[in-house]
Ligand binder design. Sequence first.
Ligand code: ZN
Length: 289
Amino acid sequence: MQHTLKLILLSSVWLFSQSLFATPQIVASIAPVNALVAAVTAGVTTPTLLISPTASPHHYQLKPSEVHALSEADVIVWVGPDMETFLPKVLQNVSPHAAIVTLLTEPDVITLQTNHHVDPHIWLLPDNAKVIVRAVAESLCIHDAKNCDIYTKNAEEAIARIDVLDDSVREKLAPVKSVPYLVFHDAYRYFEAHYGLSNQGTITLSPERQVSAKHLVALQEKIAEDNIVCVFNEPQLQASVVEMLIKTTDVQEGELDPVGINITPDLKGYEQLLTGLANGFVNCLRLGK
Ligand SMILES: [Zn+2]
């Protein structure tokens, strides 16, 4: 009897210390968000990336192991229901103690409207990346107060580096700003508006749907009329429709990766993502100069 009591006491002390001192389990939904979260948690812990960057987050089905990772998480960082459309249902079943950081509803996040929704590709604007690291640091400070100083310092360092990145991307893109192009799906509006690029249209209005023959004809006319120089494909969607569209023209096919297939899970990864996009634009658009 006494022995049992001792065991119960010991195990409750262990549980108590676990909840006080364990580093939080953090899950980040997509690669660019994961990179920004990891920038904040550097030196404390590493977040778990939910969705592989080779998949398009617009249409995705979680594997059982990924649902499990979510159920164990203390902090979950995602963009919002307009992006990870499959997540709201799953998030209803995670631990009631888990903090859920929904980036689209963060007060300082800058959002662009589309026809009926908010454009969810918010991470492609450096100003939003700065809001994201700040919001993540604040949430982690609540959840893991003992490491708050580290999170805050990391966030400040990240913000300074994002400013440097912003300047270098702007400089890189300046020579091709006015060269007209089409993109496969409308993922880059934040980036394009911020750097003043000349997007003339989008091949698919919703990445999960087939492009109609009628729309293709209209795009072919647009290519001729607007002197389109490049049509940009995406590694996540590998649209053969781009090849079909430019087959009979002298338009170049470029590639842009809005998620970052090869980025590392740290701030460098975010830098790779934006620099990669800038290079993708420049490599193709400079042919039209
Ligand atoms: Zn998208």
